[in-house]
Design a protein around this ligand. Sequence first.
Ligand SMILES: [Zn+2]
Length: 234
Amino acid sequence: MGKLILYSGVMGSSKTTSLMQEVYNLENSGNEDEKNKQKKRQNKKIILMKPGVDTKGHEFFHSRFGGEFYRPVDVILPADKTIIEACNLSKVNILNYDFLVIDEAQFMNPKQVYELWQISNKIEKLQIICYSLITDFQANFFPGSEALSRFADEKYILVRRCEYCAQELANFNARKVNGVFVTEGDQVVIDNKADVSYKSLCGACYYKHLRANDDVSQQIDRELSEIKKYVKKK
Ligand SMILES: [Zn+2]
């Protein structure tokens, strides 16, 4: 059966590097063909897809490790096109492929994710593998990652350690603007005028640096101090 597979992780958890490794392995997989003695490999046919607005640009996969990937993106998926429309625009016949591999899958819209699930149930030999962030800098779902979390048949988590303490696994993508942690702003930064960067933090470090003084935190501090007073009186 076809299936929809989700690899998720915080920033810097080697999602794109893992994707490159997966694509390399798939394209070089299969038994040597003993019959014709030509050692011709039964390579898997893969579509590489990336959500984006530019339908013409020839993009390559990028990773923080290893520089530019050797494989260009086959299909750019615009927000206003269906999965199959986008494949057709790039002259890719989805029926001829074994794998559809999607990077930055959090940027798909929920309908496109639902289409993926439908397609995985209709095209038996097609496996769809998505690499995705799960939450944004405010710890909210991306629309695409929320839908993927609901529909994926298999889910795997890629991990990295917290950039601050290096003790715990990172679970949050904290945003810095001009060197200062922020909790407000757009989900996706479009213009790059400000100096925007991200830190992958564990829960304790994210709390300490971003959430230790917000409204709920202060409310709980008040409630806890009330309980402590009550306990002392007793
Ligand atoms: Zn930490």
